[in-house]
Design a binder for this molecule. Structure first.
Ligand SMILES: NC(=O)c1ccc[n+]([C@@H]2O[C@H](COP(=O)([O-])OP(=O)(O)OC[C@H]3O[C@@H](n4cnc5c(N)ncnc54)[C@H](O)[C@@H]3O)[C@@H](O)[C@H]2O)c1
Length: 264
């Protein structure tokens, strides 16, 4: 188990990539606080993950028969009071936070010429202000605990201009890339590592409107040198590695999980 005993808070984990990261973290022995703005989704996903961890035996191996390997938390990442409350809850229940995964993100698919400023602001609120607030409030906890790991979900759009993606989303992910590097260079002295992960297209609920359109689906497959989409498992594997002690000298990296899309 590569994350045995670590305490992790994962945002936007009610479905999609966040849920898969939560599932893998529990399997690797972490205690996970599964946060989402949609409390019902968080509760259902947490219960499913806990059930499968119990049937696999991974939870009882780490937490004993009574321990909870995963607990839901209602957290709107755009809200500073929500962050304060969520981090207080994790501290009260687990005593510390070893890993923060800033995964929650949205994409309102409009080209710059048709993008209402309210939609631009909404994307910035979730994709940039969310990680910013999470980092702001977790740093003091990690410092007291002697260190930690912060992982930010970016995208290939945080590395390159992507012809199928709108400008507003792309700039939010660019901001995440440099927020990551700023934290990595300024908080390493406190034994806090910070890295970002940059997936290409993954088949999650976020991509349903794109992937059900045959033309757009073909475009997304056609752009990947390895000839397939990323799986949620491909992406979660990067998050497991970067949170683990195997990555203890990896800091400030923008880690693509993209089948070679940005390799040119
Ligand atoms: N799916 C892809 O192709 C892809 C590729 C690259 C990067 N990403 C990034 O991965 C992350 C997850 O994407 P996904 O595809 O799993 O999306 P998704 O839409 O399937 O899931 C996102 C989750 O975030 C939650 N959420 C939305 N707003 C929130 C808020 N304000 N506070 C807390 N939770 C909130 C939603 O309720 C949902 O459960 C996002 O940051 C996205 O930009 C996705």
């Amino acid at each position: 188990m590569r994350l045995r005993g670590k305490v992790a808070l994962i945002t936007g984990a009610g479905q999609g990539l966040g849920a898969e990261i939560a599932r893998r973290y529990v399997r690797e022995g972490a205690r996970v606080f599964l946060a989402d703005v949609n409390g019902e989704l968080a509760a259902t996903t947490a219960a499913q993950i806990a059930d499968s961890a119990r049937s696999e035996g991974s939870a009882s191996e780490v937490f004993g028969d009574s321990g909870a390997p995963v607990e839901p938390i209602v957290l709107d990442v755009t809200s500073e009071p929500d962050w304060i409350a969520a981090i207080r809850t994790v501290r009260e229940k687990a005593g510390r936070i070893d890993v923060l995964v800033n995964n929650a993100g949205i994409n309102i698919r409009r080209d710059i010429e048709d993008m209402p400023v309210e939609s631009f602001d909404a994307m910035y609120a979730v994709n940039v202000r969310g990680p910013f607030l999470g980092i702001k409030h977790v740093l003091p906890v990690m410092k007291v605990g002697g260190g930690g790991v912060i992982l930010n979900m970016a995208s290939i759009c945080g590395l390159v201009g992507h012809k199928f993606t709108n400008e507003a989303y792309t700039t939010t992910k660019g901001a995440v890339t440099l927020l990551t590097k700023s934290i990595a260079s300024r908080y390493a002295a406190a034994n806090i590592r910070c890295n970002s992960v940059h997936p290409s297209t993954v088949d999650t609920p976020m991509l349903q409107t794109v992937l059900t359109d045959p033309e757009k689906r073909a475009e997304r497959y056609g752009e990947i040198p390895l000839g397939r989409l990323a799986s949620t498992d491909d992406v979660a594997s990067a998050f497991v590695f970067l949170a683990s002690d195997e990555a203890s000298f990896i800091n400030g990296v923008a880690f693509p999980v993209d089948g070679g899309l940005t390799a040119w």
